[in-house]
Design a protein around this ligand. Structure first.
Ligand code: HEM
Length: 521
């Protein structure tokens, strides 16, 4: 009896200590003190609300803005997509602080501060805490690892992204694009008017999944596409649940949503494991020159010294995480670059004609290759302008590991910093009065001279954590766009609705229906 009493007393004390830590300290005292300290520095923001922070306000503002539909010439979708940042900036100035649950987030708009944070090599800034579903989707690969692990992963992966290697992959990229063109031509020829009405967002997603599957993992399309579908659904779940209050332990409850998420995670892992296993069993004379081959070689190679091998070694579990990372990072972003470029070239047919001419001038009727694609300067300009206006990533997050000072402002350790690149890309003081307009000519003298600040384009980020796949993405997008421009002219379908939406990446809410007209018809 006495021991039962002791047990309940211990349980009671445990509950009290949990309540004290979780409710009082974490959700009342710390937010109160953090807000007070920031106020003393003149940094204000929306009021913290118990447990939810500002998450419900964000949901409300986004829901209210969701009905806004833009004219196709209007590229300022920020009031639709990021209404909270615009509202709070106008109410509280720059920077301001808001609350993601109980966690403070400082939103900065200053290019010099962004440069200092993103270019820092000191290791003082790390990626912010990742939502569990985003982690399941993206894997703890290169995008999310930190410190010496990041150095090790990046060393293993860097050799797969040299320009020579990427140029060699052009053939595969063009072949995948060619298959898609054939399908589209077939679709057009079956219609009486010889045109095809196609929703391109989905087509580009499938195409870029096919390309990454072939170039990075050498896997069969069928297996790759299974991983792709599981990741897509995880992304939808993440986008829907990101702003929900996170109750400790909730992720372990067998709710319908959690069970679906676990099933998808399992499916993704087992599919990637299958791709890896089939490569391992075929690797009698090396594992191949692509990304997966390089990772497996590093993991199992025996011709290096022990010390060097340790620095260049990834475990099978780490390789699975990297596969998730590359599968997601490697196709989602590029498919969106293609989607938004087709949108803009439909709205500005003079640029569509200009790029078609450039493609035909460089290569005539022949399929593009690595060298000819590198010469497509105007196409590069159009991609850069597309990334400025419709970059897939809307903002970056970093978290300082120690107290830091930016200008006169002190940012305490652990306070997340939000760098809203989509808003900064429209800063008229930096980009000029036409910042809201589509003007690829601003990139005529190269990316560093396009604005008043050398590294104003943040689409691939800057500094040591900038995108490892940017050359790959540009060459891939060029391969596909060159093929599309050679085969078709295109216009927006009358059913297109211009309503960009934030689903972790910037996407057209209702897809991109276009009308394709074969050029040789
Ligand atoms: C238009 C296409 C792309 C865009 C706009 C883009 C954008 C970005 C951005 C903004 C970051 C930095 C994220 C941060 O700092 O939080 C990043 C990192 C990364 N990207 Fe991309 N990306 C693209 C294509 C690709 C491709 C094709 C791959 C792989 C094949 C890739 C792989 C990665 C990886 C692994 C990182 C993490 C790098 C590191 O932290 O060392 N990306 N990307």
């Amino acid at each position: 009896m006495a021991s039962l009493g002791l047990f309940f007393l211990a349980l009671f004390l445990l509950a009290i200590s949990w309540l004290w830590d979780y409710i009082v300290l974490r959700h009342i005292w710390r937010p109160y003190m953090a807000a007070k300290k920031l106020r003393e520095q003149g940094i204000h923001g929306p009021r913290y609300k118990f447990l939810q922070g500002c998450n419900e306000d964000v949901k409300r503002m986004k829901a209210a803005a969701d009905g806004l539909v833009l004219d196709v010439h209007d590229h300022n979708y920020l009031p639709r997509v990021m209404p909270q940042y615009l509202t709070w900036r106008s109410q509280y100035g720059e920077p301001f602080v808001y609350w993601f649950g109980a966690k403070p987030r400082m939103c900065i708009f200053n290019y010099e501060w962004a440069r200092q944070i993103l270019s820092s090599k000191s290791g003082h800034f790390v990626k912010n805490d990742t939502h569990p579903t985003v982690l399941a989707l993206l894997g703890k690969g290169l995008v999310l690892v930190e410190g010496t692990d990041w150095v090790r992963h990046r060393r293993v992966i860097n050799p797969a992204f040299t320009m020579d290697k990427i140029k060699m992959m052009t053939k595969t990229m063009v072949a995948c694009a060619q298959n898609m063109m054939k399908e589209l031509e077939g679709q057009a020829s079956r219609n009486k008017n010889g045109e095809a009405q196609v929703e391109l967002t989905k087509r580009f997603q499938e195409l870029t999944a096919d390309i990454i599957s072939h170039t990075a993992f050498g896997s069969s399309y069928k297996l790759g596409i299974e991983a792709f579908h599981a990741q897509r659904e995880l992304q939808e779940i993440a986008a829907k649940t990101l702003l929900n209050v996170q109750i400790p332990g909730f992720n372990y409850l067998p709710t319908k949503g959690n069970r679906r998420k676990w099933m998808l995670e399992k499916k993704l892992r087992s599919t990637l494991m299958q791709i890896i296993q089939s490569r391992l069993s075929s690797g009698k004379s090396g594992y191949g020159n692509d990304l997966l081959g390089l990772m497996l070689e590093a993991c199992t190679g025996t011709d290096q010294g022990k010390e060097q091998q340790h620095q260049l070694c990834l475990s099978i579990d780490e390789i699975i995480h990297e596969c998730k990372t590359f599968f997601f990072a490697g196709h989602e972003t590029t498919s969106l670059l293609l989607t938004w470029t087709v949108f803009l070239l439909s709205v500005y047919p003079e640029w569509q004609a200009r790029l078609r001419l450039e493609v035909l001038r460089e290569r005539g009727e022949e399929n593009p290759n690595g060298d000819s694609l590198s010469k497509l300067k105007e196409m590069s300009m159009v991609f850069l302008e597309t990334l400025r206006l419709y970059g897939p990533a809307l903002f970056f997050q970093r978290k300082p590991l120690t107290d830091i000072t930016l200008g006169e402002t002190k940012i305490p350790k652990g306070h997340a910093i939000i760098i809203p690149s989509a808003i900064m890309h429209r800063d008229k003081a930096v980009w000029g009065d036409d910042a809201d307009e589509f003007n690829p000519l601003r990139f005529g003298n190269g990316v560093t001279r396009a604005a008043k600040v050398p590294h104003a384009l943040l689409a691939f980020s800057i500094g040591p954590r900038s995108c490892i796949g940017q050359n790959f993405a540009m060459l891939e997008a060029k391969s596909v766009m060159a093929m599309v421009l050679k085969k078709f002219s295109f216009t927006l379908s009358p059913t297109y609705v211009h309503a960009p939406v934030d689903l972790l990446t910037l996407q057209p809410k209702f897809g991109l229906p276009v009308v394709l007209r074969p050029l040789d018809a």
